[in-house]
Design a protein around this ligand. Structure first.
Ligand code: UGA
Length: 446
């Protein structure tokens, strides 16, 4: 089989590389010529552990190639995976321009029957519309099928998730059953359970999954906020509820809210999808609102302990989560803007996401190349991402390096015991604050 992948973003690149690793011959297409030139030299435009090595291995084996020529990509393809972006429009709905362009290009260049597999997250009903577009635009003597095959990869562990995912969803209309069979056979060697559905259900599984996970996060964050006020400890509460198999232990890590390119965008899109059919998705609206509040809460809390005006503040972690250089919708950006608005002087550190963060932050933010450099002479430190490079630094080092060792930890990287032993002031999420001996902070309610 000859496989083409449209779009070399995080989903397309991982999909193309992993399909090649499974023995398929794959060509990845992107309109961005600079990106393709870098990829052709074996350089990944995104930081994803293990991806560049796997890319190079499969390029050397002759199974993986990259092109900016759409004709070359689609002409002889049996299957085209669509992994182009579906960015958020101002009203929260998904922008389908790139999807339409890709469908049009496949229809224009195809020289044999082709199966289109939609990996991009698209609103319910889109794949059906794509079928109609293909029918209209394709050469009359050739056949096309459109399959919905949403992705469930997490940034930072995408390669692992491809090979060891929980399920593979394949949605197809009755007319495209054969194509769905073909795709099932392609995935079979992975040994992952395959869920076969109609198109709309497959599209809905993607949105419902992300919406549910986002709901879990907002839920545990609300519980954490209440814990702080009633004297309970979120770690124990999350562990205690997570042991119930019906609840499960995952996605109960309280913190500064979810970020990234998926949850914020997909939750808003689902509210919009529901609204289009006159259904007000009140629960999900609340999830989004709670998250917005949570991203800003740490600075509000800090203000209860100290004035931030004129203070040197270290901001540790900029990526929306560890093991990625992605800062899209990252809580760190919200925190940075709020700190600046309060008049603080911000020195930020991230092991890999600094360049991306610079595009979103004012030039007044300074950047350090190590945690120890960022916290040197700082009046306060904010932890926004639980990178190993950050949480491996003992709190005693904060005590030594900072002017005043006051730490606002949005990711609960340290135990309260460690904080007490290191004699630092440590304010985390859903747990009692530890105040260092002799530390003059104003304590109060927020
Ligand atoms: C998410 C889903 O987990 C993937 O299954 C899905 O394929 C992907 O979106 C997508 O739609 O493409 P991702 O955004 O890479 O993956 O990252 P997650 O690990 O899900 O984390 C999202 C955010 O939630 C991060 O900001 C993380 O810090 C936060 N989070 C996660 C918490 O605050 N608490 C938790 O317990 C878990």
């Amino acid at each position: 089989m000859r496989i083409a992948v449209a779009g070399t973003g995080y989903v397309g690149l991982v999909t193309g590389t992993c399909l090649a690793e499974m023995g398929q011959t794959v060509v990845c297409f992107d309109v961005e010529k600079g990106k393709i030139a870098a990829l052709q030299q074996g350089r990944s435009p995104i930081y994803e552990p293990g991806l560049e090595e796997l890319m190079r291995k499969n390029m050397e084996a002759g199974r993986l190639s990259f092109t900016a020529d759409e004709k070359e990509a689609y002409r002889e393809a049996d299957v085209v995976f669509l992994a182009v972006g579906t960015p958020e429009k101002e009203d929260g709905s998904a922008d389908l321009t790139y999807i339409e362009e890709a469908v049009r290009a496949v229809a224009k260049h195809m020289e044999k029957d082709v199966v289109i597999v939609t990996k991009s997250t698209v609103p319910v009903g889109t794949n059906e519309r794509m079928r109609a577009m293909m029918e209209r635009w394709k050469p009359p003597f050739l056949r096309t099928s459109v399959i919905s095959n949403p992705e469930f990869l997490r940034e930072g562990s995408a390669i692992h998730d491809w090979f060891y995912g929980d399920r593979i969803v394949i949605g197809a209309s009755e007319a495209d059953k054969e194509a769905a069979e073909l795709l099932s056979r392609l995935y079979e060697p992975l040994g992952i359970p395959i869920v076969r559905t109609d198109l709309a259900s497959a599209e809905m599984i993607k949105y419902a999954s992300n919406a549910f996970l986002a709901t879990k996060i907002s839920f545990i964050n609300e519980i954490a906020n209440i814990c702080e006020k009633v004297g309970a400890t979120i770690d124990d509460v999350a562990y205690g509820i997570g042991l119930d198999k019906r609840i499960g232990p995952h996605f109960l890590q309280a913190g500064i809210g979810y970020g990234g390119s998926c949850f914020p965008k997909d939750t808003k899109a689902l509210v919009q999808i529901a609204g289009n059919v006159q259904h007000q998705f009140e629960l999900l609206e609340a999830v989004i609102q709670v998250n917005n509040h949570q991203q800003a809460l740490l600075v509000e809390k800090a203000k209860q302990y100290m004035s931030l005006r004129g203070k040197n503040v270290a901001l540790l972690g900029l990526a929306f989560k560890p093991n990625t250089d992605d800062v899209r919708e990252a809580a760190s950006l919200v925190i940075a803007h709020r700190l600046l608005a309060e008049g603080a002087h911000v020195v930020a550190y991230d092991p890999v996401a600094t360049d991306n963060a610079k595009k979103h932050l004012p030039s007044t933010v300074q950047y350090a190349s190590a945690v120890t450099e960022a916290i040197c002479d700082a009046d306060a430190a904010f932890i926004a991402t639980e990178w190993d490079a950050i949480k491996q630094i003992p709190l005693s080092v904060f005590r030594e390096k900072m002017r005043t060792p006051i730490i606002f930890d949005g990711r609960n990287c340290y135990s309260l015991e460690e904080a007490k032993q290191a004699n630092v002031t440590y304010v985390s999420v859903g747990r009692a604050a530890v105040v260092a001996e002799g530390c003059e902070v104003k304590k109060g309610k927020y």
